[in-house]
Design a protein around this ligand. Sequence first.
Ligand code: SF4
Length: 115
Amino acid sequence: MIKELICIVCPRGCHLEVDLDNNYAVKGNECKRGADYGFKELTNPTRVITSTIKISGGIHKRVPVKTDGAIPKDLNFKCMEVINKLEVTSPVKVGQIVVSNILDTGINVVISRDM
Ligand code: SF4
């Protein structure tokens, strides 16, 4: 069985064909990153989450945050539920952890802009 995907690693957007019956062999990729993406997307899909949270005392009302690594894709919505409840007080620094080990993934949510 062939599964078709669009590679999202770079803006080129190669059309990938992944052969599920042949050890997830990938065709259509212009580079190795696409082969890695096609394999991972069908065996263990993950995403880095980026968002913003409320901040008080800052120059803006919200400050950007992100996960410091990729989490399993099926945890995206639960992760956003946690992030949407967060609020910090200025000053904050890039890399400052606001949630450690979110959803027991071993990944932290960190501030991604000084404010
Ligand atoms: S396969 Fe390589 S060139 Fe094509 S979209 Fe993915 S990263 Fe970009």
